[in-house]
Design a protein around this ligand. Structure first.
Ligand SMILES: NC(=O)C1=CN([C@@H]2O[C@H](COP(=O)(O)OP(=O)(O)OC[C@H]3O[C@@H](n4cnc5c(N)ncnc54)[C@H](O)[C@@H]3O)[C@@H](O)[C@H]2O)C=CC1
Ligand SMILES: O=C(O)[C@@H]1CCC=N1
Length: 272
């Protein structure tokens, strides 16, 4: 794998920013010294500084020193951040990647320069361990820069290029999705406790069962229902449990939750 040779600023190193930083270093895409992490309170980044990561409270200085700038603040914090970094932004030098939900490439340019190249990326927190599902979209970036950004995210998981108008849908399905599947695993483990396992064993069993189910789809390239049909023996216990879950709205509640998250993702940002 070709290592990136430039500098990457991650502005707003909270949950997703730090997950990205850890993932890129773990994958060997960049060394800690090639990353500059910013955060309002950099005391919270002391353990990263000790590991050799660049840490700075000054967003503009971080941008000035970087080739790739990752915007990883909350949508409601973005306008202020763009104001802070405008003096250091040089469109011919830096490519901007925004992971902020509900903020378009055009919104970002409207707070910066019209020629700024902006690529949106929607990863999830599994990026820290190289298992993200990252969706990438742009409305103006050069093909070579999009390819570099895809290469970067491919080192830390799977990448799909999508149209920008599907970015809020990607947020709900893939980024919020991590929490949805985790809650499903937690609920399964609670069921396991009720039928006789200690909490730690129940969780371990539920986690491995979920991992095996996901891997069946990935490795066999089959449809979930094909695999479900292999589990549900006639008059058996699986179909009894599964139908009971469906009578209680299992699929419906997931679908409704994903639709609501997508609506909310599209309404997180206020232009002014
Ligand atoms: N958490 C997740 O799983 C994902 C989050 N996102 C998006 O990533 C963005 C960040 O989300 P989280 O990491 O969850 O939030 P967070 O609150 O954990 O991280 C945001 C960080 O930005 C810092 N910050 C705020 N203003 C700043 C400024 N002017 N300069 C420097 N640092 C500043 C905050 O101190 C905080 O540490 C959001 O836009 C969210 O929509 C996208 C995909 C997944
Ligand atoms: O909950 C949120 O708003 C962010 C965006 C996707 C995941 N976390």
């Amino acid at each position: 794998m070709k290592q990136f040779t430039g500098k990457i600023a991650i502005l707003g190193s909270g949950n997703i920013g730090l997950s990205l930083a850890k993932g890129l270093v773990k994958a060997g895409y960049a060394k800690p010294e090639q990353l500059i992490l910013t955060r309002r309170n950099i005391a919270n980044l002391a353990e990263f500084a000790a590991l050799g990561y660049g840490v700075d409270a000054d967003n503009a200085a971080a941008v000035a020193a970087s080739d790739i700038v990752v915007l990883a603040v909350l949508p409601q914090q973005l306008n202020q951040l763009m104001e802070q970094i405008k003096p250091a932004t040089v469109p011919a030098k830096q490519v901007f990647i925004s992971v902020a939900s509900g903020v378009s490439c055009a919104d970002i340019r409207s707070k910066s320069y019209p020629e700024l190249e902006v690529i949106r990326a929607m990863p999830n927190t599994a990026i820290a361990i190289g298992q993200s599902m990252t969706c990438v979209a742009t409305d103006n970036a050069a093909a070579e820069h999009v390819e570099e950004v895809c290469r970067m995210f491919e080192t830390v998981g799977a990448v799909v290029k999508i149209n920008e108008d599907l970015m809020t849908a990607a947020t709900a399905l893939c980024a919020c999705g991590t929490a949805f599947f985790l809650r499903a695993i937690r609920a399964a483990s609670q069921g396991g406790v009720e039928i006789g396992f200690h909490a730690d064993e129940a969780l371990k069993m539920a986690v491995q069962t979920a991992k095996g189910a996901a891997d069946l789809l990935l490795q066999m390239k089959s449809h979930p229902e094909q695999e479900i049909d292999k589990v549900t023996s006639p008059k058996g216990c699986t179909i009894a449990g599964l139908n009971e879950m469906e009578h209680n709205g299992f699929s419906s509640s997931l679908i409704k939750g994903i639709k609501l998250s997508a609506l909310k993702a599209g309404a997180l940002y206020t232009k002014e």
